[in-house]
Design a protein around this ligand. Structure first.
Ligand code: DX5
Ligand code: ZN
Length: 218
């Protein structure tokens, strides 16, 4: 199985976004990962929908939108309007996560739920059959280039078991500190998709870095 690779725009060169998006379009990346931060849910602010509108115009890959904002259901329309393919919302940031998942689906997007390193996998039991994907954070969200939290591989295996046990079809994505080494452990533990920011954009050959992650196999 080829791993799904979702390079994170957060590590791109914001002074030359068009060049980096061209590289992504020409690469074997499956999706483009978009990190939206509000400075409240996470201690950082990235970019918002006025910027995303232009990114969406230039990007030919489906957008994997990761909202690190409180009450993300307020922005379902905006994500849809920038042609969001997957809308990732944090379990910890939703008051009614089940309702939010339904609303994302009703809007015509694929719903994904994200959990922080401190949130246990068992919290997903009652929504696991309703989501297209679970995004496991392998760093505390807010910044690129952080160190991978090793315990995440155990969480991937635990989530695999929960998915099998419940008959869910959810796929597993992991975000934070992903490189060839951590990526290999994650894929072996059962991850389907890898987000990579720093590893891809600081590589001498970003397209080759994407290919290295894509070639990881169980
Ligand atoms: C962190 C973001 C990540 C980030 C990953 O809050 O959700 O998507 O861009 O960056 P790396 O791969 O550099 O850890
Ligand atoms: Zn992210």
């Amino acid at each position: 199985m080829n791993t799904i690779v979702s390079p994170s725009l957060l590590s791109a060169d914001f002074g030359h976004l068009a060049d980096d998006l061209k590289m992504i379009n020409e690469s074997n990346a499956d999706w483009l990962h978009i990190d939206v931060m509000d400075g409240v849910f996470v201690p950082n602010i990235s970019f918002g929908f006025p910027v995303l509108k232009h990114v969406a115009k230039l990007c030919e890959k489906p957008l994997d939108v990761h909202l690190m904002i409180v009450d993300p259901d307020r922005y379902i329309r905006e994500v849809k309007d920038v042609n969001g393919h997957i809308m990732n919302v944090h379990y910890e940031a939703c008051r009614h996560v089940h309702r939010t998942i339904q609303q994302i689906r009703d809007a015509g997007m694929l719903p994904a739920v994200t959990i922080n390193p401190g949130t246990p996998v068992c919290m997903l039991r009652d929504i696991i059959k309703d989501v297209y994907m679970v995004l496991l954070m392998s760093v505390n969200p807010g910044f690129g280039g952080q160190k991978f939290i090793e315990h995440t591989t155990d969480k991937v295996a635990e989530l695999r078991r929960l998915i099998a046990e419940t008959g869910s079809e959810a796929i597993i994505e992991v975000d934070g500190g992903v490189n060839e080494t951590t990526g290999e452990k994650l894929v072996k533990a059962g991850a389907d998709a890898l987000v990579a920011g720093n590893y891809v954009f600081s590589a001498p050959d970003p397209k080759a870095a994407i290919d290295k992650l894509k070639q990881l196999d169980r």
